[in-house]
Design a protein around this ligand. Structure first.
Ligand code: M6R
Length: 486
């Protein structure tokens, strides 16, 4: 036990608490974020971190210590983020001292938090998750603001400009992330390869970090993380950095470990996301990744100005279209009531709607505890089709016009086996209306933007089903918001 080691060192070497912590931590391996107090020295706390996040809030005559800034914001906006292998001594007299484990004194770098309390309260919504789903039109707007202009036909992600030549000449882009952020990465693969014609590989950070990956200075590694503190993603970044790749971080939390570990990057401007199930952070990531793919395509000359402008104009309409998709809420509540007792769900989509199928399934299982799987619709015939009977609800994400005919035939295959079909379609899709048990219409947009609209009903479906099953929507069992351990 770490605490025993600290005490042993303190007694045997006759050291002060902070010295004992420093000496002990030099002997341990692995990740930690700790706060230590000694009953014989009650006027000081020693806080230290390595691999796990730790932030110190500085109030009036008081300090706060937490793993991220959200619980501190209510009391103070002044914070100090400890770096790896640093420790802080918080004295009751208000003095704050920071040192490295190598015993080098550092001056505390005090940052001002930009989030405000109102933004992390529920503003009249029953749950944070619902509030965050409804914030998406604004979030998409905030992510685009100042970064693109449809009329003039430009996109400017500040982070890219700084390393333009390395990014434009990358032989390959590797995208690494976990969970929902990994689903954004999959979407980015479709977007970047389609628009900018650069090969993209998508890697689970937890696999990438342990499989001795081939990465070099010609690669750009994009790391996506809402919290910016996910241990696996941080470790993947370190490996890619050691191998000289350029790291581009896409994070939501300003000043987070991943943001700081990256050479360049873009913040997602989604505001604090409190619900454990990621919603608005996902749409923010996809908005930024779409801009990134477009900026890259423009620099490489792989997209015409006419096509670029068409997409950018459509992006400007996105907040309105997402708002319209939110109007399906009461219809989805009725659908949820019908299917809430199902034991399994299947989510199917093709092309860009395949990652959306994965994300829809993850949203359902993580908060309602219903087993759900996402598949590319055409994979169904390679096995999952055996699962389909009259008790299996199958959610089809069928908003991409180019795959319409094929998805219709997948729907027919499910119907022939008496599966229950819930279809997300573009407004006016009479063909699928004639086949499906439930049809949820969303506004049509450019196909490459359709995931940003079609994810909304899936988020609402999981929310309502979880609520009806009596689950804790904002804080599902067994896990937490930031996965800062392996
Ligand atoms: O903070 P991150 O985006 O790095 O978190 C990664 C996953 O833990 C996260 O996306 C998780 O899957 C979602 N909260 C699920 O909704």
């Amino acid at each position: 036990m770490l605490v025993n080691l600290i005490e042993d060192v303190q007694i045997e070497d006759k050291l002060s608490l902070e010295e004992a912590v420093r000496v002990a931590l030099n002997e341990v391996i692995g990740a930690y974020a700790i706060v230590v107090i000694d009953r014989r020295e009650p006027d000081k706390l020693v806080a230290a971190r390595k691999g796990s996040p730790l932030v110190i809030g500085i109030g009036k005559g008081e300090f706060y210590v937490a793993s991220d800034a959200s619980p501190i914001i209510e009391y103070t906006k002044n914070v100090v983020y400890l770096n790896d292998e640093e420790f802080a001594v918080l004295n009751r007299n208000g003095q704050l001292d920071i040192k490295t484990l190598g015993n080098i004194t550092k001056s505390p770098y005090i940052q001002k938090l930009e989030m405000d309390l109102e933004k992390i309260e529920k503003s009249g919504y029953e749950h944070f998750m619902l509030k965050e789903i409804y914030e998406q039109p604004q979030v998409i707007l905030d992510c685009m603001r100042g970064r693109m202009n449809a009329e003039q036909g430009w996109i400017r992600l500040g982070g890219i400009n700084e390393f333009a030549s390395r990014i434009n000449n990358a032989k390959r882009i590797i995208i690494t992330a976990c969970g929902t952020s990994w689903h954004s990465a999959l979407l980015a693969e479709y977007l970047i390869e389609e628009l900018a014609r650069v090969p993209v590989e998508v890697e689970y950070a937890s696999e990438f970090r342990y499989r001795n990956p081939i990465v070099n200075e010609k690669d750009v590694v994009i790391a996506i993380s809402q919290s910016g503190e996910t241990a696996d993603t941080l470790a993947a970044i370190e490996i890619a950095k050691e191998r000289q790749a350029l790291i581009y971080g896409i994070c939501n939390v300003i000043g987070s470990s991943i943001a700081r570990a990256s050479h360049a990057g873009s913040y997602t401007h989604a505001g604090p996301e409190i619900g454990v199930a990621s919603t608005k952070a996902f749409t923010a990531q996809v908005t930024i990744l779409t801009l990134l793919a477009l900026q890259l395509a423009q620099s490489k000359g792989t997209v015409s100005m006419t096509r670029l402008r068409t997409i950018l104009y459509e992006m400007e309409l996105l907040p309105e279209k997402v708002r319209a998709a939110l109007k399906t809420d009461s219809q989805i509540r009725d659908i949820a009531a019908k299917y809430k007792d199902a034991a399994n769900f299947l989510y199917l989509g093709r092309g860009l709607n395949f990652p959306i199928a994965l994300e829809g399934a993850l949203k359902l299982k993580e908060i309602s505890y219903i087993h759900a799987e996402g598949y590319p619709a055409a994979e169904m015939k390679h096995g999952p089709i055996a699962l389909i009977d009259e008790n299996m609800p199958v959610v089809f994400i069928a908003t991409n016009a180019s795959a319409h005919e094929k998805i219709v035939s997948n729907i027919q295959e499910v119907k022939a086996r008496k599966g229950k079909i819930i279809a997300i379609v573009n407004e006016g899709d009479t063909v699928i209306r004639g086949l499906a048990d439930e049809v949820i219409e969303v506004p049509e947009t450019d196909e490459i933007l359709s995931p940003l609209v079609s994810i909304v009903p899936l988020q609402l479906l999981s929310y309502h089903i979880a609520l009806m099953r009596g689950c804790n929507v904002d804080q599902p069992r067994n896990w937490q918001k930031s996965v800062t351990v392996e």
